[in-house]
Design a protein around this ligand. Structure first.
Ligand SMILES: CC(C)(COP(=O)(O)OP(=O)(O)OC[C@H]1O[C@@H](n2cnc3c(N)ncnc32)[C@H](O)[C@@H]1OP(=O)(O)O)[C@@H](O)C(=O)NCCC(=O)NCCS
Length: 179
């Protein structure tokens, strides 16, 4: 039976992560999907949080990837997280790898005391983790106009007395402008 290992990326992983993201987001008209460039731009930016770049490994091969990076919520530049990209190569999909690697990234974020995650994607996939339309949290962003696909999740507080999740305008780092 295949055993799935969920762990943060290590120094040897970036080429395999690049392959996984490239396969998941492959389009006939695009040699390098924007999502590949997004990961690499984020990895080189201040938004990068190494513990929250999460891989799913089966039989020694990376079969899933989920990334959480820093965003800020105004007023106050309150820290929050953006989820994405999330990637499983087509031949590996529908075996639970995508759900497992996203949940592992969210669990790691809770351990770090993070309170809010935003994501742009299919509600049919993200609602299983508890994501809801971000507007319900009083959040806005350049993607607010897309409606339900821009979603948010309030994480449970890791410590009692933690601040409530922030509301306001979410600003993404420059790396996201290419998506
Ligand atoms: C989305 C993705 C990460 C899911 O990975 P996975 O390993 O197949 O996911 P799981 O096996 O854990 O879950 C599959 C479930 O997600 C659903 N799902 C997968 N992709 C979906 C999508 N784009 N829209 C809606 N639902 C989706 C499946 O219908 C399935 O639902 P079910 O459990 O009710 O049958 C993978 O399909 C992928 O990499 N897709 C291409 C890249 C992409 O679009 N990523 C961002 C997603 S918004």
């Amino acid at each position: 039976m295949t055993s799935l290992r969920l762990r943060p990326e290590d120094t040897a992983d970036p080429p395999a992560i690049r392959r996984v993201v490239a396969e998941a987001f492959a389009r006939p008209d695009t040699p390098v999907p924007a999502e590949v460039r997004l990961v690499e731009s984020l990895r080189a930016s201040e938004a990068w949080l190494p513990e929250l770049s999460m891989v799913a490994e089966a039989d020694g091969e990376i079969v899933g990837y989920a990334l959480l990076t820093r965003v800020r919520v105004d007023p106050g530049l309150v820290p929050a997280l953006a989820l994405g990209p999330v990637a499983v190569p087509p031949r590996r999909q529908r075996r639970g790898y995508g759900s497992a690697v996203v949940q592992a990234a969210l669990d790691a974020a809770v351990e770090l005391g993070e309170r809010l995650v935003v994501v742009l994607g299919a509600p049919a996939f993200y609602r299983r983790f508890g994501f809801e339309p971000a507007a319900r949290f009083g959040l806005t962003s350049p993607w607010s106009g897309l409606g339900d696909p821009w979603q948010a999740l309030a994480l449970p507080a890791a410590v009692s007395g933690a601040e409530p999740p922030p509301s306001g305008e979410v600003s993404y780092p420059q790396a996201w402008a290419q998506v």
